[in-house]
Design a protein around this ligand. Structure first.
Ligand code: SF4
Length: 430
């Protein structure tokens, strides 16, 4: 700790929920007068919010801790997040002063002050059994038009390949009244779009008897909220109540990220995903009925233990049949402590990556087709930042990137006049 310095540098590994947690922790220091500096600059305290969803998440997290210590060997390092929750001793590298896991993030400043009292590393990682929802507040979002609101934490699905339930704990949800007041606060602060996120959004309210549909209604209630976007969902989300509520709201973005993972019934069963390809297809059909032209996006895992070439091709045929607007592809990563890690038929890395490459090519073609399908239509676009040739870039409600003449922060109706790959071009008409 340098004498005069109150400089904090943060880095986040992993998902949008981790990004939200980091911003909340950053703001607890800023409220105490600390100044945020970029992670590659010299700081007095570095905060590394770790991820352990894949082995790459582990190695990148440890690399960032070492990088902080190299940038300023006198600095204190705070390590938090999923790898810290899973194995606190593994992150106790030179320079580390405090380790907290996937809880107590709101106390990070107080815990850091306490860690300065004694020598060595202070480990404040608790078990998550019975943990309550930790309300964290973020006021300054990176993006001036879109604000992320974390309304759910934890997961109890225990898909066989996934380590998240072991490191994020049981399902816990933000109370409905807090969702409305947070949405009001964010839209009063000028955010036109609110993104509802969580570790397993589909489980929102499971422990309190509330539903995701109620949470969405609560977030749409403030007049000033322009639109609400949802994080990752599952076929189990697509109930009558969800569809009837969502349709009636008018502010819900018609973009649904419905994680599929595989198009093979046997592989879905081995993953302990609680739907069949047929049920998934039904959910998509119901969403398209309720929201014609909506964007269905998804996640696919390649190379799950035992996946045959025929099952990989089955997945390719299935996604062709669905016609996604965007696909995120992840090669399976063996995670210690998960049932799949001990399964026979582990697939060679080059085969996983070969299958991923094929899916990515299909995904790029499908995304370009979805974007070109918007040509000739009028879309509401929230403009975010200046881009090339004096054009301004923004996103439609179905999350398509659009370039047109406008200014950051403006919301316009745009007639889509053309597209190139994943980007559409247009003319402001209103
Ligand atoms: S639903 Fe499955 S994949 Fe998603 S976080 Fe929970 S256990 Fe992991």
């Amino acid at each position: 700790m340098t004498k005069d310095g109150k400089r904090l540098a943060c880095v986040t590994l992993g998902c949008k929920v981790n990004e939200f947690d980091t911003e909340a922790m950053r703001e607890t220091f800023e409220r105490e007068g600390w100044q945020s500096v970029p992670f590659d600059e010299k700081a007095d305290v570095y905060l590394v919010n770790t991820c352990t969803v894949t082995s790459t998440g582990d190695s990148k997290s440890l690399k960032m801790i070492r990088r902080a210590a190299r940038t300023n060997p006198q600095a204190d390092i705070i390590v938090c997040g999923c790898l810290a929750q899973k194995d606190a001793s593994r992150v106790c590298l030179p320079g580390v002063r405090l380790v907290i896991g996937a809880a107590r993030r709101g106390e990070v400043y107080e815990l850091y002050q306490r860690s300065l009292v004694g020598p060595g590393v202070m480990i404040a990682v608790n078990g998550l059994k019975g943990a309550a929802f930790e309300k964290l507040t973020v006021t300054g979002h990176e993006n001036r038009t879109r604000a992320v609101l974390k309304i759910q934490e934890g997961c109890d699905r225990f898909c066989t390949y996934c380590v998240i339930p072991y490191v994020r704990g049981p399902v816990r949800s933000m109370p409905l009244e807090d969702i409305s007041s947070e949405a009001q606060r964010l839209s009063d602060a000028g955010y036109a779009e609110i993104v509802l996120t969580g570790i397993h959004l589909a489980s929102y309210g499971r422990e309190s008897g509330h539903t995701l549909a109620q949470a969405i209604s609560a977030s749409c209630r403030p007049q000033s909220v322009v639109r609400v976007r949802l994080g990752s969902l599952e076929p189990v989300t697509v109930t009558d109540e969800f569809l009837n509520t969502a349709k009636g709201l008018g502010k819900l973005c018609p973009q649904f990220h419905l994680a599929l993972q595989s198009g093979s019934a046997e592989i879905l069963k081995a993953m302990r995903r609680r739907y069949t390809p047929g049920e998934y297809e039904d959910a998509v059909a119901r969403l398209r009925d309720a929201f014609p032209g909506c964007a269905i996006t998804t996640d696919i895992l390649t190379g799950f233990p035992g996946e045959t070439e025929e099952q990989a091709l089955e997945t390719e045929r299935f996604i062709e049949r669905i016609g996604f607007a965007r696909i995120h592809v992840f090669p399976y990563s063996q995670r210690e402590g998960t049932p799949a890690a001990g399964m026979p038929g582990q697939i060679r890395e080059e085969v996983k990556h070969e299958r991923a490459k094929r899916l990515i090519a299909i995904g790029n073609r499908m995304e370009a087709a979805y974007v070109s399908g918007l040509v000739g239509t009028e879309q509401q676009v929230i403009f975010e930042e200046r881009e090339k040739d004096g054009m301004c870039g923004g996103y439609t409600a179905s999350y398509v990137h659009v370039l047109a003449e406008s200014m950051p922060g403006e919301i316009h109706t745009v007639r889509i006049t053309g597209s190139e790959g994943k980007t559409a071009f247009g003319k402001v008409t209103g």
